[in-house]
Design a protein around this ligand. Structure first.
Ligand code: F6R
Length: 259
């Protein structure tokens, strides 16, 4: 795992945007995995800036989101489809037909999940997956206890995730849907490169488990320790519980100097 500690979300965003520019340079029809939530917003801003500067085009790309609430009304502004369109897709030249989200309004949710997996397979898999992490260690909506080999399926959100996400629903956890469709941990693990973003002290315990803890379904993000190419981008507060933080700083400095 490559752990990068930077001053703030803007610095994280630049690193992600550079990776996207590089990827698009060698593979114009790349497949990007998009997370919703607060963590990737600075990265999306940086990517949009590079797009406006003509350094990256999404015209031939495809994008897959991680998850979706179940049961929100059509066009609900907090559905992840609406959020990702607003925060990112509508700001670049990604054709709307190339933006894929699990269908949380489908009559047959199980079938919608299977079709989502098929669509990802047909696209050739995800080249670069952007991830956030929940305070309870979830990635996508794989809550504690999720199978480390899970595929896209319906999950029940924990009370903590619903409290964490209440800020998007007028501060009321009761308004946060109880269920979601989410890519599984096994699905996410198939992405060829994963960049996980975390800022703030609130994420430090989850980050400690992710980077230095034992692999356990109770901290689902720890499955990423088995992935050959994960970049974990942290600010100082998010990194504050890491035992080897000095080592990670030194290693990254060495890399930036070409060592
Ligand atoms: C969102 C997602 C979640 C978030 C996580 C962190 O698509 O899959 O795992 O990444 O809940 O959320 P923020 O970034 O809002 O702290």
């Amino acid at each position: 795992m490559e752990v990068v500690i930077v001053p703030d979300a803007a610095a994280q965003g630049e690193i992600v945007a550079d990776a996207v520019v590089r990827l698009a340079g060698c593979k114009p029809d790349f497949v990007i995995g998009l997370a919703t939530g607060s963590s990737p917003l600075a990265a999306y801003d940086a990517i949009v800036e590079h797009h406006r500067a003509g350094k990256v085009s999404f015209a031939a790309a495809q994008a897959f989101t991680l998850d979706e609430y179940v049961g929100l009304t059509e066009g609900h502004p907090e559905s992840y489809h609406a959020v990702i369109e607003r925060d990112f897709a509508s700001r670049v030249d990604l054709p709307l037909t190339s933006l894929h989200c699990p269908d949380g309004r489908a009559d047959d949710l199980e079938r919608a999940c299977a079709e989502y997996e098929d669509a990802m397979r047909r696209a050739g898999g995800v080249d670069l997956q952007i991830l956030g992490i929940g305070t309870d260690g979830h990635i996508a909506f794989n809550e504690p206890g999720s199978s480390l080999a899970s595929r896209t399926r319906m999950k029940t959100l924990t009370a903590q995730t619903r409290r964490d996400n209440a800020r998007f629903f007028d501060g009321l956890a009761d308004r946060v849907p109880r269920h979601c469709l989410t890519q599984g941990l096994g699905t996410i693990m198939e992405a060829r490169h994963i960049m996980l973003l975390a800022t703030g002290e609130g994420k430090s315990e989850a980050v400690r488990h992710l980077v230095e803890g034992a692999v356990s379904a109770m901290w689902p993000a720890t499955v990423l320790q088995f992935h050959p190419r994960v970049t974990v981008l942290l600010d100082e507060p998010a990194a504050s519980k890491l035992r080897l933080s000095d080592y990670y700083r030194e290693a990254w400095e060495g890399k930036s100097l070409g060592a």
